[in-house]
Design a protein around this ligand. Structure first.
Ligand code: WQD
Length: 327
């Protein structure tokens, strides 16, 4: 089988590429290398291409034909919530036009199977204990809006061109399966805390007055290797006969507070981290934890790694020590 992984030189995409290569699949990585690294595409063919450009559709169709690809996994997108609020036009164009080019190329090349990287951001700030896929999406920022529109585009393409599509709504991804695939962008809690400590600064907790047991926000942290495995399961699902759903949450079903994460990092580092308590960050829901029933019952996927596994792998990668867990 041959899979085209768009954004496969990025943090999450490269973990999926590594798993696909390890299981003997032929992989073509398409990436503009704006935030990814060519070295991460080890074992795969690499095509440097910005899928948001006007001529990308034809170029993608050519590579789909030339490689004999039978499936596509699309990761390439901007994903910073704050940036999306400041520059919505960047997100409307790149996230949506890029996906439009990918879907048009699949239709013209006769490639049916598409796995799409969506996000829990489509839910906005749900006031429920566990988020299920039946919840009506209500994104509160342009980033989340582009992910929801992307899901609609998949459904339109499926109807128009007989594609087989699935969208995976990621909750909070962290950790690494290999040190060379660690998240190099400092945009989420775990890398932000580690970066602050490396700079001799105190990490800042955004608010301690939420309606949660310790007052800090709760999220569903999922190991990037578990998430990558979910993409492999999604590909196998698309190649199967029964496909009752097109959207799946990907998380652990377990919540961890900001202070829980900091305590886990303290354990992994062997030193106590004393954070500063700062003001709330606008737009943060108090709790965002997913139900994993649908993905478990339909794809047979469940997370296997704990919060300690996540932070230990991130710490080991940061320290450049070989113990960073491999998949
Ligand atoms: C996690 C928690 C912060 C930094 C975002 C995207 C979402 C998804 C995951 C792509 C929050 C708190 C953070 C800090 C803190 N990305 N925090 N101090 O906002 O849950 O989700 O990333 O799909 O779409 O929205 O992730 O890592 O920014 O924050 O207290 O220095 O850590 O308030 O509660 P978030 P995050």
């Amino acid at each position: 089988m041959t899979t085209l992984v768009i954004g496969g030189a990025g943090y999450i995409g490269s973990h999926v590429v590594r798993l696909l290569v390890e299981r003997g699949e032929h992989v073509v990585v398409v990436d503009d290398l704006s935030t990814g690294f060519a070295e991460r595409a080890r074992g795969a063919d690499l095509v440097e291409l910005d899928v948001t450009l006007p001529d990308a559709q034809d170029k993608l169709a050519f590579h789909l034909h030339a490689s004999g690809a039978d499936s596509v996994i699309h990761f390439a997108a901007h994903k910073q919530v704050g940036e999306s609020v400041a520059k919505p036009e960047l997100y409307w164009h790149d996230n949506i036009a890029g996906l439009a080019n990918v879907l048009a190329a699949c239709a013209s090349a006769g490639v049916r199977d598409v796995v799409f990287s969506s996000s829990a951001a489509v839910y906005g700030v749900p006031d429920v204990d566990l988020v299920t896929e039946e919840l009506i999406p209500a994104p509160i920022n342009p980033y989340g809006e582009t992910k929801l529109v992307g899901e609609w585009m998949l459904a339109d393409a499926e109807r128009a061109h007989d594609l087989r599509t699935v969208a995976l709504r990621y909750f909070n991804v962290a950790g690494t399966g290999w040190p060379d695939l660690a998240d190099t962008q400092v945009m989420n809690l775990v890398p932000i805390v580690l970066d602050a400590l490396d700079k001799g600064k105190k990490p800042i907790v955004f608010g301690e007055d939420y309606d949660t047991p310790d007052g800090t926000c709760i999220r569903d942290y999922v190991h990037v290797v578990d998430l990558a495995e979910a993409h492999i399961s999604a590909l196998d699902y698309l190649r199967g006969e029964e496909r009752p759903y097109r959207v799946f949450n990907v998380g652990t079903g377990t919540g961890s507070s900001v202070l829980d994460v900091i305590a886990a990092l303290s354990r992994a580092l062997g030193e106590e981290i004393v954070p500063e308590i700062g003001p709330r960050r606008p737009g943060d829901p108090a709790k965002l934890v997913c139900s994993t029933d649908r993905i478990r019952e339909t794809l047979g996927w469940s997370s296997s790694k704990s919060l300690d596994d996540i932070v230990e792998s991130a710490v080991a990668a940061r320290r450049g020590t070989p113990e960073a867990t491999s998949a």
